[in-house]
Design a protein around this ligand. Structure first.
Ligand SMILES: Cc1cc2nc3c(=O)[nH]c(=O)nc-3n(C[C@H](O)[C@H](O)[C@H](O)COP(=O)(O)OP(=O)(O)OC[C@H]3O[C@@H](n4cnc5c(N)ncnc54)[C@H](O)[C@@H]3O)c2cc1C
Length: 506
C-alpha cells in the first residue's frame, strides 16, 4: 500500500509526486498513456512556476531548456506588463517559453531518479474509500484490471478528470462561448520581440515557443470564433488570421501543432472528498490567457503536499489534520476564484466587436500603462499575488501571501536551499525577540530553519516595513507575522499556536 496514489502524470501530478517523495513518502503514479504527450500546450511558464522550481533547487534545468520572456500581455494588450526583480522580487523575474512536453520530460526524469513508482498504460476506472484508505481500479489498453491501494489519492487527471467524477465532486461553471486558435510554426521573418495586439480582426500574439526555432502564434479571430474546438485551423487559416491582425504572416511554415481551444470556465465545488483530492486542471478550467495553467497546478500541488506530509507523518492529527487538509480546498478555491476572474476579464477584452467593448478595452489598456497598475497586474497573473481566505478577524494581510522581496546572506539562494516540504522558515529581524523565538520554538527545531541577525536579512519592498519576524510555510507562503506594533505578551503564544496547528503538535 502506498502513502499516496497520484492519477495523472501531467505537470501537476509529477510535481506533487516529487514533493511527497522528497519527504520519504511512498508515492505511486498511475498514467493512462504509455508515451509522453508531445504537444507544447503550457509553453508559457509563468515566473511563479520558476520561483516554485527554485525553492526546490531544480530551476536551472528548465531555464537551460527554454527562452526567457520579460513581459506578458493582459487580454492581448500591446501595453505589456513588465517583469523585473523590483516588481516580482524573485530570483527569476521573467516567464519562460518551454514546451510542456519538455517540462514534463524533465519532471518525469526527476521522479524516476527519486524512486517514484510509475504505472503507465493504466486508466483509472473505479474508486472506493473508507476510513483507512482508498482503493483504485485501473484498466489497461488490453482490458486487464488492476487494483491499487493507498492512504490518500490525488486526481491530477486533467479537465475531464475521472477521479473528480468518481469522487462525486461537481464542476460548475460556464460553457464555451467562443474558441481561440493556435499554431506552433517556423518563421522566415521573425519579429524582433514578442507581439501582442488587439484590433478589429481580433486578438493576436506571436512569441518564441522555446523549442528549437519554433514560434507560438495564437489568438481569437472574431469572424471564426464560434467554430467548435473540433475544427482545427490549417496553416493557411493561421496565415490569413495573422495577416488580418498584423499585415504580414512572418513567413510561417512547417506547423508542429495546430489547435483550437475554448473559453469554458469551471471550478470544482470542493478540491477534496474524504481521502480523495483533485489538483491542477482536474479542479479548474479556464482560458489559457497569460500562461497561468501550469503555475496554478504547481501551486495546488505545493499547497497540498506539505499538508498531506504532515498528516501522513502523524505530526498533525485529529481535528487539526481535518482543518489542515480542508484548508487545501478553501485556500486554492479562493486563489482560483481570482484567477478565473482575471482570465474571464481577458476573454472579454479578446472579444471586442462593438463600440462599447472597444472603448472599454482602450480604457483597460490605458490603465495598464500606469506603473502601479502594471506592477499590480503582473504580480497577479504571474502567480505572486493570489487571493487568500480570511479565516479570523484581524488576520494580517500578509498571511498566505507568497514570500518575495526577501534576501538573506546576499541573495535568494540561502532561503531557497532551506525550503523543503517538511520545513518552515523563521526569519527574525529584531535581535530583541530572536532569543525568545528561538527558545520557544525549540520543540519544532527539526522542522524549522532560523535566519536571524547574522544572516544579513534584506527585505526590499515596503510590504515588509514594520515586520520584524516572519514564519514561512513549506510552500513559501507567510504562516505568521510579527509586527513592531504587535502586542508583546502574545509573541510566544501566537507562534507556538501556529506551529502546533500547521507543523507538529506537541
Ligand atoms: C491550447 C492550450 C494552450 C495552453 N497554453 C498554456 C500556457 O501557455 N501556459 C500555461 O501555463 N498553461 C497553458 N495551458 C494549460 C496547461 O496545458 C494545463 O494547465 C496543464 O496541462 C495542466 O496540467 P495537469 O497536470 O493539471 O493536467 P494535464 O496536463 O491534462 O495532465 C493530466 C494527465 O492525466 C492523465 N489521465 C487523464 N485521465 C486519466 C485516467 N482516467 N487514468 C489515468 N491517467 C489519466 C492524462 O493522460 C495526462 O497525462 C494551455 C492549454 C491549452 C489547451
Amino acid at each position: 500500500m502506498s502513502d499516496v496514489l497520484i492519477v495523472g502524470a501531467g505537470p501537476t501530478g509529477l510535481w506533487l509526486a516529487l514533493e511527497l517523495r522528497s519527504a520519504g513518502l511512498e508515492v505511486t503514479v498511475i498514467e493512462k498513456n504509455v508515451t509522453r504527450d508531445i504537444r507544447s500546450r503550457g509553453a508559457a511558464m509563468a515566473a511563479g512556476s520558476l520561483e516554485t522550481l527554485a525553492t526546490r533547487g531544480v530551476d536551472q534545468r528548465f531555464i537551460d531548456a527554454g527562452k526567457p520572456i520579460h513581459s506578458v500581455h493582459f487580454g492581448a494588450s500591446s501595453t505589456r506588463l513588465q517583469m523585473s526583480r523590483d516588481v516580482l522580487g524573485t530570483k527569476h523575474p521573467h516567464s519562460l517559453m518551454i514546451s510542456q512536453a519538455v517540462t514534463e520530460q524533465i519532471l518525469a526524469d526527476l521522479c524516476e531518479n527519486n524512486g517514484i513508482k510509475f504505472f503507465y498504460g493504466h486508466t483509472a476506472v473505479g474508486l472506493a474509500q473508507d476510513a483507512h484508505g482508498v482503493m483504485l481500479e485501473t484498466e489497461s489498453n488490453g482490458g486487464a484490471k488492476s487494483n491499487f491501494t493507498a492512504a490518500y489519492l490525488v486526481g491530477c487527471d486533467g479537465t475531464r478528470s475521472t477521479i473528480r467524477k468518481l469522487a462525486g465532486i461537481d464542476f460548475p461553471g460556464t460553457e464555451a462561448t467562443f474558441s481561440g486558435w493556435l499554431a506552433d510554426v517556423l518563421v522566415t521573418d521573425p519579429p524582433p520581440a514578442p507581439i501582442s495586439t488587439n484590433n478589429k480582426s481580433g486578438s493576436f500574439l506571436i512569441q518564441p515557443l522555446g523549442y528549437k526555432d519554433y514560434y507560438r502564434v495564437t489568438g481569437v479571430h472574431l469572424k471564426t470564433r464560434h467554430l467548435p474546438t473540433s475544427v482545427v485551423p490549417t496553416l493557411e487559416d493561421a496565415k490569413s488570421f495573422t495577416i488580418e491582425a498584423t499585415g504580414k504572416d512572418f513567413g510561417m511554415h512547417s506547423p508542429l501543432w495546430v489547435s483550437r481551444f475554448s473559453n469554458a470556465t469551471r471550478l470544482a465545488e470542493n478540491f477534496r472528498s474524504g481521502r480523495v483530492f483533485v489538483a491542477g486542471d482536474a479542479s479548474h478550467q479556464f482560458f489559457p490567457a497569460g500562461g497561468q495553467g501550469i503555475t496554478t497546478g504547481l501551486q495546488d500541488a505545493l499547497n497540498l503536499a506539505w499538508k498531506l506530509t504532515a498528516v501522513i507523518q502523524g505530526r498533525v492529527t485529529g481535528a487539526n489534520a481535518e482543518n489542515l487538509l480542508g484548508s487545501y480546498s478553501s485556500e486554492r478555491r479562493c486563489a482560483l476564484q481570482g484567477i478565473l476572474a482575471n482570465t474571464l476579464a481577458q476573454t472579454a477584452l479578446f472579444i471586442r466587436d462593438g463600440p462599447p467593448e472597444i472603448a472599454l478595452a482602450e480604457v483597460v489598456y490605458e490603465l495598464l500603462a500606469h506603473p502601479d497598475l502594471n506592477k499590480m497586474w503582473v504580480r497577479r497573473i504571474t502567480g505572486f499575488d493570489d487571493r487568500f481566505p480570511v479565516e479570523y478577524e484581524g488576520q494580517d494581510p500578509l498571511v498566505g501571501k507568497r514570500v518575495t522581496h526577501l534576501e538573506v546572506q546576499g541573495g535568494f539562494e540561502a532561503l531557497h536551499t532551506a525550503m523543503a516540504v517538511d520545513k518552515f522558515l523563521l526569519v527574525v529581524r529584531d535581535e530583541k525577540i530572536e532569543a525568545v523565538l528561538r527558545k520557544c520554538t525549540e520543540p519544532w527545531a527539526s522542522h524549522l530553519k532560523y535566519f536571524g541577525q547574522d544572516d544579513n536579512i534584506n527585505p526590499f519592498s515596503p510590504q515588509w516595513d514594520g515586520v520584524n519576524a516572519i514564519l514561512v510555510r513549506p510552500d513559501a507562503r507567510v504562516a505568521w507575522i510579527w509586527r513592531v506594533s504587535s502586542s508583546p505578551e502574545q509573541l510566544e503564544s501566537s507562534v507556538v499556536k501556529t506551529l502546533g496547528k500547521l507543523c507538529k503538535e506537541t
